[in-house]
Design a protein around this ligand. Sequence first.
Ligand code: 5GP
Ligand code: MG
Length: 181
Amino acid sequence: MKNITVHDKAFKPYLQKEAIQARILELAAEIDKDYQDKQPLFLAILNGSFIFAADLFKHITIEAEISFIKLASYKGTSSSGNVITAIGLEENLRDRHIILLEDIIDTGKTLHSFLPELIQRQPASIKIATFLTKPEALQYPITADYVGFNIPDKFVLGYGLDYDGLGRNLPELFILDEVAS
Ligand code: 5GP
Ligand code: MG
Protein backbone atom coordinates (compact mmCIF):
# COMPACT_ATOMS: atom_id res chain seq x y z
CA MET A 1 0.00 0.00 0.00
CA LYS A 2 1.26 3.42 -0.97
CA ASN A 3 0.81 6.83 0.55
CA ILE A 4 -1.87 8.89 -1.17
CA THR A 5 -2.88 12.52 -1.52
CA VAL A 6 -6.56 13.52 -1.46
CA HIS A 7 -7.37 17.16 -2.11
CA ASP A 8 -4.61 18.96 -0.19
CA LYS A 9 -3.75 16.30 2.38
CA ALA A 10 -1.39 13.34 2.57
CA PHE A 11 -2.50 10.02 3.99
CA LYS A 12 -0.63 6.86 4.86
CA PRO A 13 -1.92 3.28 4.96
CA TYR A 14 -3.39 2.23 8.29
CA LEU A 15 -5.48 -0.95 7.82
CA GLN A 16 -5.07 -3.39 4.94
CA LYS A 17 -8.19 -4.73 3.30
CA GLU A 18 -7.42 -8.28 4.48
CA ALA A 19 -7.33 -7.11 8.10
CA ILE A 20 -10.62 -5.25 7.67
CA GLN A 21 -12.34 -8.23 6.06
CA ALA A 22 -11.05 -10.64 8.73
CA ARG A 23 -12.39 -8.42 11.51
CA ILE A 24 -15.76 -8.10 9.79
CA LEU A 25 -16.07 -11.89 9.67
CA GLU A 26 -15.51 -11.95 13.44
CA LEU A 27 -18.14 -9.27 14.07
CA ALA A 28 -20.68 -11.05 11.86
CA ALA A 29 -20.10 -14.32 13.72
CA GLU A 30 -20.60 -12.56 17.05
CA ILE A 31 -23.83 -10.91 15.89
CA ASP A 32 -25.09 -14.21 14.42
CA LYS A 33 -24.61 -15.84 17.80
CA ASP A 34 -26.16 -13.00 19.83
CA TYR A 35 -29.23 -12.57 17.61
CA GLN A 36 -30.25 -16.16 16.87
CA ASP A 37 -34.09 -16.22 16.57
CA LYS A 38 -34.35 -12.43 17.09
CA GLN A 39 -34.57 -11.39 13.45
CA PRO A 40 -32.68 -8.13 14.02
CA LEU A 41 -33.20 -5.01 11.92
CA PHE A 42 -29.91 -3.38 10.96
CA LEU A 43 -30.15 0.38 10.51
CA ALA A 44 -27.19 1.64 8.52
CA ILE A 45 -26.46 5.34 8.89
CA LEU A 46 -25.60 6.89 5.54
CA ASN A 47 -23.38 7.89 3.92
CA GLY A 48 -20.27 6.66 5.69
CA SER A 49 -21.43 3.23 6.81
CA PHE A 50 -22.58 1.87 3.47
CA ILE A 51 -19.50 -0.23 2.70
CA PHE A 52 -19.15 -1.53 6.25
CA ALA A 53 -22.89 -2.33 6.26
CA ALA A 54 -22.72 -4.23 2.96
CA ASP A 55 -19.66 -6.26 3.92
CA LEU A 56 -20.99 -7.08 7.39
CA PHE A 57 -24.50 -7.92 6.21
CA LYS A 58 -23.20 -10.35 3.56
CA HIS A 59 -21.72 -12.45 6.34
CA ILE A 60 -24.79 -12.52 8.58
CA THR A 61 -26.38 -15.95 8.22
CA ILE A 62 -29.37 -15.67 10.59
CA GLU A 63 -32.67 -14.12 9.44
CA ALA A 64 -32.15 -10.36 9.43
CA GLU A 65 -33.35 -7.18 7.75
CA ILE A 66 -31.50 -4.02 6.81
CA SER A 67 -32.63 -0.48 6.14
CA PHE A 68 -30.71 2.71 5.38
CA ILE A 69 -31.24 6.06 7.02
CA LYS A 70 -29.76 9.53 6.89
CA LEU A 71 -29.49 11.69 9.97
CA ALA A 72 -30.44 15.33 9.85
CA SER A 73 -29.98 17.79 12.66
CA TYR A 74 -32.42 20.53 13.59
CA LYS A 75 -32.59 23.00 16.44
CA GLY A 76 -34.40 21.42 19.36
CA THR A 77 -36.51 23.17 21.95
CA SER A 78 -34.70 21.61 24.90
CA SER A 79 -31.45 22.86 26.39
CA SER A 80 -29.67 19.90 24.85
CA GLY A 81 -29.35 21.89 21.63
CA ASN A 82 -29.62 20.13 18.31
CA VAL A 83 -31.89 17.17 17.88
CA ILE A 84 -31.07 14.58 15.31
CA THR A 85 -33.78 12.89 13.32
CA ALA A 86 -33.79 10.04 10.82
CA ILE A 87 -34.73 10.53 7.20
CA GLY A 88 -35.98 7.46 5.34
CA LEU A 89 -37.00 5.47 8.39
CA GLU A 90 -40.24 3.84 7.33
CA GLU A 91 -40.12 0.61 9.32
CA ASN A 92 -42.16 0.11 12.45
CA LEU A 93 -39.48 -0.34 15.11
CA ARG A 94 -41.81 -1.38 17.89
CA ASP A 95 -40.55 -4.56 19.59
CA ARG A 96 -37.78 -4.96 17.01
CA HIS A 97 -34.17 -5.68 17.86
CA ILE A 98 -32.21 -2.82 16.30
CA ILE A 99 -28.53 -2.85 15.42
CA LEU A 100 -27.31 0.60 14.38
CA LEU A 101 -24.44 0.56 11.91
CA GLU A 102 -22.01 3.50 11.97
CA ASP A 103 -18.77 4.16 10.16
CA ILE A 104 -17.05 5.85 13.08
CA ILE A 105 -17.82 7.11 16.57
CA ASP A 106 -15.71 10.18 17.15
CA THR A 107 -17.08 12.45 19.92
CA GLY A 108 -20.25 10.34 20.15
CA LYS A 109 -22.42 13.43 19.67
CA THR A 110 -24.31 12.16 16.62
CA LEU A 111 -25.50 8.93 18.21
CA HIS A 112 -26.07 10.56 21.59
CA SER A 113 -28.46 13.07 19.95
CA PHE A 114 -30.19 10.43 17.83
CA LEU A 115 -30.83 7.71 20.43
CA PRO A 116 -33.79 9.47 22.14
CA GLU A 117 -35.67 9.57 18.83
CA LEU A 118 -35.01 5.87 18.36
CA ILE A 119 -36.05 4.97 21.91
CA GLN A 120 -39.35 6.81 21.35
CA ARG A 121 -40.25 4.24 18.73
CA GLN A 122 -40.14 1.53 21.40
CA PRO A 123 -37.83 -1.09 19.92
CA ALA A 124 -37.19 -4.24 21.96
CA SER A 125 -33.46 -3.45 22.07
CA ILE A 126 -30.85 -1.17 20.52
CA LYS A 127 -27.21 -2.04 20.01
CA ILE A 128 -24.50 -0.20 18.13
CA ALA A 129 -22.04 -1.72 15.70
CA THR A 130 -19.37 0.63 14.42
CA PHE A 131 -16.49 0.05 12.06
CA LEU A 132 -14.25 2.45 14.02
CA THR A 133 -14.09 4.28 17.33
CA LYS A 134 -11.71 6.97 18.54
CA PRO A 135 -11.70 6.35 22.33
CA GLU A 136 -9.56 9.44 23.03
CA ALA A 137 -12.05 11.74 21.26
CA LEU A 138 -15.21 10.49 23.00
CA GLN A 139 -17.14 13.27 24.78
CA TYR A 140 -20.62 11.74 25.15
CA PRO A 141 -21.71 8.62 27.03
CA ILE A 142 -21.93 6.31 24.03
CA THR A 143 -20.67 2.75 24.13
CA ALA A 144 -20.58 0.63 21.01
CA ASP A 145 -21.46 -3.05 21.43
CA TYR A 146 -19.54 -4.23 18.38
CA VAL A 147 -16.38 -2.39 17.35
CA GLY A 148 -14.26 -3.15 14.32
CA PHE A 149 -11.19 -1.22 15.38
CA ASN A 150 -10.21 1.36 18.01
CA ILE A 151 -8.05 3.99 16.33
CA PRO A 152 -6.07 7.05 17.49
CA ASP A 153 -7.65 10.51 17.44
CA LYS A 154 -6.58 11.29 13.87
CA PHE A 155 -8.51 11.83 10.65
CA VAL A 156 -9.00 8.69 8.56
CA LEU A 157 -10.42 7.97 5.14
CA GLY A 158 -11.31 5.03 2.94
CA TYR A 159 -13.69 2.11 3.31
CA GLY A 160 -16.74 4.39 3.13
CA LEU A 161 -15.24 7.36 4.96
CA ASP A 162 -14.55 10.46 2.92
CA TYR A 163 -12.47 13.59 2.99
CA ASP A 164 -14.62 16.29 1.43
CA GLY A 165 -16.41 13.80 -0.79
CA LEU A 166 -13.42 11.76 -1.92
CA GLY A 167 -11.87 8.50 -0.75
CA ARG A 168 -14.96 6.45 0.09
CA ASN A 169 -14.14 3.88 -2.58
CA LEU A 170 -10.73 2.95 -1.18
CA PRO A 171 -10.85 -0.67 0.06
CA GLU A 172 -8.25 0.06 2.75
CA LEU A 173 -8.21 2.60 5.57
CA PHE A 174 -5.80 5.53 5.42
CA ILE A 175 -4.78 7.90 8.20
CA LEU A 176 -3.70 11.53 7.96
CA ASP A 177 0.05 11.85 7.62
CA GLU A 178 0.70 14.94 9.69
CA VAL A 179 4.37 15.06 8.76
CA ALA A 180 3.64 15.18 5.03
CA SER A 181 0.46 17.30 5.16
P1 5GP B 1 -19.37 12.14 16.22
O1 5GP B 1 -20.75 12.70 16.23
O2 5GP B 1 -19.24 10.80 16.89
O3 5GP B 1 -18.36 13.13 16.73
O4 5GP B 1 -18.95 12.02 14.70
C1 5GP B 1 -19.36 11.02 13.91
C2 5GP B 1 -19.24 11.40 12.44
O5 5GP B 1 -18.14 12.30 12.17
C3 5GP B 1 -18.96 10.17 11.62
O6 5GP B 1 -20.16 9.51 11.24
C4 5GP B 1 -18.18 10.73 10.44
O7 5GP B 1 -19.07 11.16 9.45
C5 5GP B 1 -17.45 11.92 11.00
N1 5GP B 1 -16.02 11.60 11.33
C6 5GP B 1 -15.47 11.58 12.57
N2 5GP B 1 -14.16 11.27 12.51
C7 5GP B 1 -13.88 11.07 11.20
C8 5GP B 1 -12.66 10.70 10.50
O8 5GP B 1 -11.58 10.50 11.05
N3 5GP B 1 -12.77 10.60 9.14
C9 5GP B 1 -13.93 10.81 8.46
N4 5GP B 1 -13.90 10.67 7.15
N5 5GP B 1 -15.09 11.17 9.10
C10 5GP B 1 -15.06 11.28 10.45
MG1 MG C 1 -21.07 9.76 9.26
